[in-house]
Design a protein around this ligand. Structure first.
Ligand code: PLP
Length: 435
């Protein structure tokens, strides 16, 4: 510990509020990772956000690289999005009936995302993924699905399965309450490893409905696919009559204007979306080829519905967000600031002798405290999570808010300036000297 921490963070109000929350909400939160359990030290309770920044209830200001876990891509509390939402409030927040805004957002999505010819809006990424699960099965008449270890597709029973070595073809549930019979239909392969996929198809001939993946992983840290891997999955699924699903809840409209599928030039059969598409309001969506989407009720027999689906507030925030992202230079800005950030963090870590590996695509980034390379969740397990916890807390003290886990990606926004990035790198350099 050559250099002392700059200032002890005053988190008095955060601690009081979180203490009370623990009596009211399970674990004090409404989504587990917010509780900071994997980094310790207790969560920061937010008061307000604007642009690239967030403020906690003790009035500490942070440069934010979580961005509400992805939606805040045009910057928090964006003036244009706010103005559109304020205008919509006076016309009503929920109709439960068709509105033209649904067509407007649907057209924007269909125009941008190569695989999407028709889309259904829902209210979360989880809902999008569980609907797509039903659709894969309805369309193929098969029950088994393949996912990859370390990929997250929301909390539907069938996806809460990761399967370590020895249970790779069995499927064991990660959570109590998931029926063994449900988990058994979920087969788990290794990311960036085509052989592991081929083996599952060979052992379950004619039984696999489809395969779902994060086309760039963000839920076991940031892991990039090889082009050959995505291309191979496309070919295998086509040959086996299985549906290829890209879960673009995180990558959608973040990796590029046409999502990860456009970036890599590989077109899946179905795509799930969320986060960015709702511009900070609760939204999810799934879409794909008309031939498959016409299975969905009331066009077809596969039932799926939602009281708040396509609600005018969510559509309005999504439309304005995609409109802003469609302006010239948006993705160039995301790439520029994010590359500068990750290059700077990696260089600062190495200057102080820390092992690190990482990267970015557009406004999504991540790093692991290990030598690397990291091609799959199994590789990511080599990361020094205790060091990450120390880094995370020290960065908070420096006024930088990072995702509270080594196994989460980070996000930038159009509001992050080069000055924000340079301030973050300078903070990281001070922190690497003392952790
Ligand atoms: N799929 C992916 C790739 C995600 O990253 C997430 C959430 O982080 C989900 C699905 C679930 O989305 P939601 O949290 O909106 O239910």
């Amino acid at each position: 510990r050559a250099v002392a921490a700059p200032v002890k963070l005053n988190t008095k109000r955060s601690e009081e509020i979180f203490k009370e929350a623990q009596e009211l909400l399970p674990g004090g939160v409404n989504s587990p990772v917010r509780a900071f359990r994997s980094v310790g030290g207790g969560p920061i309770v937010f008061d307000r956000v604007k642009g690239a920044y967030c403020w906690d209830v003790d009035n500490n200001k942070y440069i934010d690289y979580v961005g509400s876990w992805g939606p805040a891509i045009v910057g928090h509390c964006n003036d244009e999005v706010n103005a559109a939402l304020k205008a919509q409030i006076d016309k009503g927040t929920s109709f439960g009936a068709p509105c033209e805004l649904e067509n407007v957002l649907a057209k924007m999505v269909i125009e941008r995302v190569p695989s999407v010819e028709m889309v259904r809006f829902v209210s979360s990424g989880t809902e999008a993924c569980l609907s797509v699960l039903r659709l894969m099965r309805a369309y193929t008449g098969r029950e088994k699905i393949i996912k990859f270890t370390g990929c997250y597709h929301g909390h539907a029973d069938s996806f809460l399965v990761k399967a370590g070595s020895g249970v790779i073809t069995l499927g064991l549930p990660d959570s109590p309450g998931v029926p063994k019979s449900t988990a058994a239909s979920t087969l788990t392969a290794t990311y960036n490893n085509l052989d592991s996929v081929k083996e599952l198809f060979a052992a379950n001939k004619g039984e696999i409905a489809g395969l779902i993946l994060e086309p760039v992983v963000g839920n076991s840290g940031f892991i990039v696919p090889t082009k050959e891997f995505l291309q191979g999955l496309r070919e295998i699924c086509t040959a086996e009559g299985a549906v290829l699903v890209f879960d673009e809840v995180m990558t959608g409209f973040r990796i590029s204007k046409g999502c990860a599928q456009e970036h890599f030039g590989i077109t899946p059969d179905l795509t799930t979306m969320g986060k960015v598409i709702g511009g900070g309001m609760p939204v999810g969506a799934y879409g794909g080829k008309k031939e498959i989407m016409k299975m969905v009720a009331p066009a077809g027999p596969m039932y799926q519905a939602g009281t708040l689906s396509g609600n005018p507030m969510a559509m309005t925030a999504g439309i304005k967000t995609l409109e802003i992202l469609g302006r010239p230079g948006a993705y160039e800005h995301l790439e520029k600031v994010t590359k500068r950030l990750i290059d700077g963090i990696i260089a600062a870590a190495r200057e102080h002798g820390h092992e690190i590996t990482g990267g970015n695509i557009s406004g999504m980034f991540g790093f692991f405290f290990c030598k690397g390379p990291v091609h799959c969740f199994e590789d990511a397990l080599a990361a020094d999570t205790a060091k990450f916890a120390r880094f995370h807390r020290a960065m908070l003290e420096e006024g930088v808010y990072l995702a509270p886990s080594q196994f989460e990606a980070g996000f930038t926004s159009l509001a992050h300036s080069e000055a924000d990035i340079d301030a973050t790198i300078a903070a990281a350099r001070r922190v690497f000297a003392r952790i």
